[in-house]
Design a protein around this ligand. Sequence first.
Ligand code: NAD
Length: 354
Amino acid sequence: MTAFWTEPDYDDHELVQLVRDHVSGLTAIIAVHSSHCGPGAGGTRFWHYPEPKDAMRDALRLSRGMSYKNAMAGLPMGGGKAVILADRNKTKTPEMLAAFGDAIEALGGQYITAEDVGISEADMVAVSKRTAHVSGLPAQGEDAAGGDPGPFTAMGIYHGIKAAVRHKLGKDSVQGVHVAVQGTGSVGGGVARLLAKDGAKLTLSDIHDDRAKALAQELGAQSVASDAIMGIACDVFSPNALGAILDDEGIARLEAPIVAGGANNQLARAHHGEVLAKRGILYAPDYVINAGGIISVATEHLARQAGKPCDINEVRKRIAHIPGRLEEIWQESDSSKLSPDVVADKMAQKLIGR
Ligand code: NAD
């Protein structure tokens, strides 16, 4: 591995640790970008990377993203992320998870982990046997939050879409507002269900066609093929599947005045925020609108540290701040003429003292 501090994605990260355990075969990278607002918090990704440098790039980029996301969500948490370098078959053993837990414990709370791509709630339970610096564990009790962050991410996006509709279309309700939802998994499915309750008109799509069709039937909505969703004439395009969908071609196809959804890293390149703005499309910066999940994970961790169950109302209260933060960004964007993604980055950098 080349010196990580010469990588283009290195941004004065405070801690970058390679974890090797020859007994279990674990190779992982733990990165803390900033601890300005608190300990570095962010999930662990379990992924097969073609080259070690791809894993390093992911750890550096994702941990910086978590600094921005946590700061903008008003959480007393810094930005961190871990990646476990899986083999081609994505072999995951209890011994690997135990060794990974030991490595997190050895950092003494500088990094707090949770689920990300390839890591389940059960994996987090296994890691929690070796360290207390872990969140996203199953909820304990009826009024307790915790566990799968997906529904909380969906809740934040639902509030964010309502804020965008108010800002751009001047409507106080989403009744009759047409939302095209890309991806009907944990997040997109949750967003669709919440919007349906308010009488929004929905068009759904998923690369697994049957998934979108089943949900459309349940909600009385339409479904379309996954390659058609970005060209649907609607009020809101809500991306909840893949990242990097907002490239030159994707943006040119959009027939919506608003883009507001939960997928991470929606802008293919940094300048695509500006391309959206030039087309008059209001963009909800992804890491601001999709913070509901980390809000749940962080609140759960803070409650556990205080020896209390995680109060779901506390999570809801924090999520309810997402629309206000978005409105602040859009107003600053309107007055500064900078695109909302640039405004959000500037706000986040200020919050983390950079
Ligand atoms: P998920 O795996 O539950 O759902 C993703 C869905 O998208 C799946 O149904 C999949 O079939 C579909 N999909 C994949 N490619 C597609 C395509 N090209 N067109 C249409 N559909 C496609 O994942 P999720 O947890 O719902 O996460 C969705 C997005 O939100 C991801 O980008 C994720 O990084 C982001 N995100 C999730 C959370 C969370 O709490 N789960 C938090 C923040 C951000």
